[in-house]
Design a protein around this ligand. Sequence first.
Ligand SMILES: Nc1ncnc2c1ncn2[C@@H]1O[C@H](COP(=O)(O)OP(=O)(O)OP(=O)(O)O)[C@@H](O)[C@H]1O
Ligand SMILES: [Mg+2]
Length: 664
Amino acid sequence: MAEDTNAVVEESLFDEFKEHSISEFFRKNRHMLGYSGRLRSMTTIVHELVTNSLDACEESEILPEIAVEIKKIGSETFGVNIEDNGPGIPPEFVPKVFGKMLAGSKLHRLVQSRGQQGIGAAGVLLFAQMTTGKPLKITTSTGNGTIYEMEIKMSIERNEGDVVSEKTREGFWRGTRVEGEFKDVTYNRREQGPFEYLRRISLSAPHAKITLEDPEETIVFERTVNDIPERPEVMKPHPYGLTTDELLHISRVTDSSRVSSMLNNELSRVTMKRIKELEEYVLRDTLLENYRSSVFWDTIVSCYLNFDFTKYFDIYGHYFDKKEIEDVKQLINGLPEGLGELKTYCMKYLVTQYLVQKLDDEELKEIKNHFKKKPENFMEYMDKKYLNASLLDEFRRKLKDITKSPAEFVKSLVDLAMVSDTELEKYRKAIRDLLKKNPKEMTWKDSEVIVNVLQDMDFMAPSTVGLRPIGEENIEKSLNTLEPEFLKTLTRKPKTYKGGVPFAVEVGLAYGGEAGRSGDESRKMEIMRFSNHVPLLFDTSGCGLTNAVKSVNWRRYGLRNDEDAPVTVFVNLISTHIPYTSAGKQAIASSNEENEEIFNEIRQSLMICARDLEKHISKIRKEKEEEQKRKYVMKYAVIFAEGLASITGRPKEEIEANVVNLLR
Ligand SMILES: Nc1ncnc2c1ncn2[C@@H]1O[C@H](COP(=O)(O)OP(=O)(O)OP(=O)(O)O)[C@@H](O)[C@H]1O
Ligand SMILES: [Mg+2]
């Protein structure tokens, strides 16, 4: 009987089974788009429309002029109008831009832009419609003599935009103006409101002129740079950080007819010469894979690795805990997959070896504890206390050679009679066949093999052409408005993170003056976060940028503690795809476990700036101490000179001058 009841329940459950549109989903989850809290919702409206205007102007190489108007039009209703001098939107696209979620020109390209999802504009319309029931009014023209005025509503079930009314008039004007009415919003000049948002966006887009007309007055954020930034370029994924899934996806959409030409056409820095090399690397890994669980594994590993971990553990093993040694052994067993992580340990060991040989017992005792810390923490400590950049570079170079070249590896196997010529030829043919394959037929395994060897090969760093930093000089100009006593900015070279996506980090450190935010008694550390030049004002604690800043041990760099310091930390992450934690785009997904390349790069850049800050702070401290000493000398010199003058009968002034000279 019980079985029968269950069957009935299941049936009725599936009676309710329905499909929903993406707009329906966001109607129910508007907080995911940043529409939660009255002030935050207002900032989100401004943010979505202003970033669209800036993106459109930059793509069309127009110096942006953006006017934001915020009016109170009812006891709880606000009107928001935003106008730009951008390229305009062709009328047939207007309903799609504002009425359809996941539609836009940016989602499918690896281009650095503020928007990337195709949701922002439609989100603004959805929010207007949900709170006032009114459409958005769009006035736009591409400058061809016709100006379109359209009212758009969203059909939520269909995820489509509907034109409520449409008018055209003649006139020569180019740009886009969006007008809407919203409830559940408010306006004030607090830190998370539109005023601060626009102030910050003008710091990171110094070529834009932005006017804000709020209920009190009109404020103009003038441009400080008159050059139009170069147009952002489409970039291809870089082999470093490419994932199996990403390469498989590329194989399904590419026009190339062979795997080899696909690698050459669709990835950056992969030349035909590199693809020839890749054949040898694949051969090496195939051979390695073959012997994985055989009795010859240790021999094979010694032919594969240049670094003798066993010998190393015999000499230095007592510095590390047993668990770490076990972990490393596991990584060796899992080769070639664990190679990246193995390199981190290897770096630690190279440093340990160097220090053990160089330092005396006292110093070794002090750092012995740190040998047991995680490799990255240990490295940071050592980097700061004992090592210099050129030494670390030397270790990094050594690290590149942790594995033998494929030719050497194959040769040692042949010498040991582990593999015959016929077998080798069989493997080589299979690899050639893989590279000749039609990409559409590529399997998960094929993709995995290629992605693994790409990580181990040498490629030039991603090109700088596609990424558009704000630039050290411009960040300096912006931060100088705080009149700090110390300022350092740094724009780093591009790197890649998961998926082969290029990114670069820019940081600035301002100390003293108006830097930091005012706290109860003293100034506190202020973190200004930006991604692709857009200020991030919300979700501070869940953001990878904040966490990277906080992970730096600021006390080591002369600050009293992490919080209590007159410091403004400026971080801008630029990339062709920013890994946001949610569709609201206010926090970055990066930590020492996820997209750690970004996390580490921010830490590194900040630590470079912090080293100079430390020099500055200790110079100031020394100067203060000197000054104190001088005051003491002066105070006692007078008393001392008086005494001596009365004993010797010589003039007091002469003795005083001599005493001061003597004590200095
Ligand atoms: N002011 C504008 N001028 C010209 N084109 C615009 C303007 N605003 C939006 N667009 C076009 O409409 C598309 C959709 O904008 P929307 O904000 O929805 O998405 P997005 O900017 O691509 O990504 P995101 O959701 O991350 O903001 C954009 O990709 C762009 O092509
Ligand atoms: Mg957008």
